[in-house]
Write a new protein. Structure first.
Length: 288
């Protein structure tokens, strides 16, 4: 089990909406390591703009693993998706995600599929959009298998997309894509909004789960609002999950305090539930 923080690589445009630590990777990785994180989940837009060896070597130098590469801004900043009405855009989305898969394979990481899967449109039959997405996911899963990469589709709240909101819907998609390296990931923020009972859902679909995102119910760092993370993380442990937990949070009040606040809250919980070593860092500041 690893506790990781989401990190935007330098090719991602800096913006308040980006749910990741942003800036130069040398500084970013050194700060996260100093705060006590085990790894960094990368948010990447265009791997061709990155020096892959530098990314890998810098993470290793600071003792950080990279469990996952996130594709969220492929849709968020480029507008590409697998279910777009324009075939050229669907093709561009697949090609870009394949590039990210190659990057992830180089790093020994997996890849998440969030909003890049697309949305339903009122003037296009839902089954057509669904089949476009299935075909694209089969293509990227085939490419990922060659790179020894697993693909994890993330359920997302209806407030952000109308396509694959619940774990039940995601499991149907996993079954229809029908690739051994294609599963799902659970984001606690979205589960809290879309599942009738978050604990029952984690348990019921435990065998499909590849990765976990943590955020409180206002998308700020855990411990900032109302979710019971001790109970949630114990539920994942009871379900046999021993993979990476990554934050995906708004950088409020700023990324330093968000990273420190998440660690200050999650560190003791993960020590209690998983036995992960934790001692308060002298670098932590007042997060109130």
């Amino acid at each position: 089990m690893k506790l990781c923080y989401q990190v935007a690589t330098p090719d991602v445009a800096i913006a308040p909406s980006v749910t990741a630590f942003q800036g130069d990777l040398e500084h970013t990785f050194s700060r996260l390591a100093a705060i006590g994180y085990d790894g960094a989940e990368l948010m990447t837009l265009n791997p061709a703009e990155l020096d892959w060896n530098t990314v890998k070597n810098t993470a290793e130098r600071y003792g950080l693993t990279i469990p996952l590469v996130c594709t969220g801004e492929v849709f968020g900043q480029l507008g590409l998706s697998f279910a777009h009405r324009d075939e050229s855009i669907r093709r561009a989305a697949v090609d870009r995600v394949k590039e990210i898969i190659a990057f992830a394979g180089f790093l020994g990481a997996n890849v998440n599929i969030g909003r890049v899967r697309g949305q339903y449109s009122d003037d296009i039959p839902k089954e057509q959009s669904y089949q476009w997405a299935v075909a694209a996911l089969q293509k990227i899963s085939n490419s990922a298998e060659k790179e020894n990469v697993k693909i994890a589709v993330e359920t997302v709240t209806i407030m952000q997309t109308n396509f694959i909101n619940t774990l039940e819907e995601a499991v149907r998609l996993v079954q229809d894509v029908n690739r051994p390296n294609f599963g799902l990931m659970m984001d606690v923020f979205h589960l809290n909004l879309e599942e009738k009972n978050i604990y029952d859902a984690i348990w019921k679909y435990r065998n499909y789960n590849l990765h976990v995102h943590l955020a409180d119910n206002n998308r700020r760092y855990p411990g900032h609002c109302g979710l019971d993370f001790l109970k949630i993380i114990q539920c994942f442990r009871n379900a046999g999950y021993d993979g990476a937990f990554s934050t995906e949070i708004f950088q409020i009040p700023d990324q330093e305090k968000a990273a420190q606040g998440a660690m200050a809250y999650l560190g003791p919980i993960l020590k209690k539930v998983y036995g992960r070593p934790y001692s308060p860092s002298a670098l932590e500041v007042d997060i109130s």
